[in-house]
Ligand binder design. Structure first.
Ligand code: MG
Ligand code: MG
Length: 312
C-alpha cells in the first residue's frame, strides 16, 4: 500500500529498523563532542545538532564509532549462528579488533586480549568492569530474542555482555535496555517504559536513580553515569531529535549516550521520527548494514526451547 503522510503506529519491524538507525545516528552525532564538557560544546557549537564529524577521532560527517561497529559485528555473529553464541560472539569481536576499528574501549581491549589467550568467551567477574561497553552494542540481542521468554532473553544478554563486561550493574542495565527496546517495538508508551523498566531498575539498584539526582552533565563511561544521562534525556523529551540533541550536548561519553538514547528513541518514535538530514548524512554503508541487520535479526526464528529439545 502506498504510504502517505506520517505513520502513527509503525509496525514492530519498522521500529526495529528505526532503533538500529537511531543507534548509528546517535553515535555519529555524539562522536563530534565526545569527551567535551557542556561548556566547551556550547562555546564551540552553540547547540550541537548536525552530523558534522570531527571530534577527537577526526571523523567524516556521518561516520560511526565502536558503538555501532561492535553492534554490527555482534549482529553478524547472531545471524551466522542463528542464536547468541558466546564463543562466536567473542570470535566476532576479536576479528573486529584485529581490523583496527577507529576506537576501542579499555575494558573491551583488555578482555578481548584475555580471550585470545584463554579461549574462554566470558571475562572474570569484576565490579570494576561496570563500563557501558556491553550496553552500547546490545541492540542485535534485543531484536534476535524478541518474543522469547524472559529467561532466554537474560541468558542471551549475559552471553554477549560477559565477553567483555562481567558485572552486576552492567548486566542489570543491559537487560533493562533490552526489555525497554522490546516493549517499545510492541508499541509501549514512554510512560510504560518509565514505570515498567526504568523505575524498577532503580528500585533494584539504587545507583540507577535518575530523577532525584542532579542534571547529568559530562557523563562518564561508567554504566550508571551513562544510564542516568540517557534516561533523563529520553524521559524528559518528546521526540527523536530533541532526545538526541539533549543527550549529546551533555558531553562526556556522548557517542555512547547518543547511541543508547538513539536506539531507545528510534524504537519508541519509529522511522518517521528520524530527521531526513541526519539519515542522509549517515554513512551509506552503515545505514544499509543497519537496515539489513534489523530486518534479518527481527525475523530470526526462535531457537527451539529446552522443552522442545528434550522431545526426541
Ligand atoms: Mg564510540
Ligand atoms: Mg564512547
Amino acid at each position: 500500500m502506498l504510504r502517505t503522510g506520517r505513520v502513527a503506529d509503525p509496525n514492530p519491524a519498522d521500529r526495529a529498523v528505526a532503533a538500529y538507525l537511531g543507534l548509528a545516528i546517535g553515535d555519529a552525532l555524539g562522536s563530534t563532542v565526545e569527551f567535551m564538557t557542556p561548556r566547551e560544546i556550547s562555546a564551540k557549537y552553540g547547540v550541537h545538532q548536525h552530523l558534522i564529524g570531527g571530534g577527537w577521532l577526526h571523523l567524516k560527517p556521518g561516520q560511526v564509532t565502536d558503538d555501532t561497529t561492535m553492534a554490527l559485528a555482534l549482529g553478524e555473529s547472531i545471524l551466522q549462528q542463528g542464536k547468541v553464541d558466546a564463543l562466536a560472539v567473542a570470535q566476532a569481536f576479536d576479528a573486529w579488533m584485529r581490523a583496527k576499528p577507529v576506537d576501542i574501549g579499555n575494558t573491551v581491549r583488555r578482555n578481548l586480549l584475555q580471550f585470545r589467550k584463554t579461549g574462554t568467551p566470558a571475562a572474570p567477574y569484576s565490579d570494576h568492569d561496570a563500563g557501558n561497553g556491553a550496553a552500547m552494542r546490545l541492540l542485535p540481542v534485543a531484536l534476535a530474542t524478541f518474543g522469547q521468554s524472559e529467561d532466554a532473553v537474560r541468558a542471551a544478554s549475559r552471553a554477549q555482555a560477559h565477553v567483555t563486561h562481567h558485572s552486576a550493574l552492567s548486566d542489570a542495565a543491559c537487560e533493562c535496555l533490552i526489555f525497554m527496546v522490546q516493549d517499545a517495538l510492541r508499541g509501549a508508551s514512554k510512560n510504560d517504559l518509565l514505570h515498567h523498566h526504568a523505575h524498577p531498575l532503580a528500585a533494584r539498584h539504587a545507583e540507577f536513580k535518575f530523577r532525584a539526582v542532579r542534571q547529568s552533565q559530562n557523563p562518564s563511561g561508567y554504566i550508571v553515569d551513562t544510564i542516568q544521562a540517557v534516561f533523563q534525556s529520553f524521559f524528559d523529551t518528546d521526540d527523536f531529535r530533541a532526545c538526541l540533541i539533549d543527550v549529546v550536548n551533555r558531553g562526556g561519553d556522548a557517542d555512547t549516550t547518543g547511541a543508547i538514547a538513539g536506539m531507545l528513541a528510534g524504537a519508541l518514535y519509529g522511522l518517521e521520527s528520524i530527521p531526513d538530514a541526519w539519515l542522509k548524512t549517515l554513512d551509506t554503508q552503515v545505514r544499509r548494514a543497519c537496515e539489513a541487520q534489523a530486518n534479518s535479526l527481527f525475523q530470526l526464528p526462535s531457537p527451539p526451547s529446552h522443552a522442545e529439545l528434550s522431545v526426541d
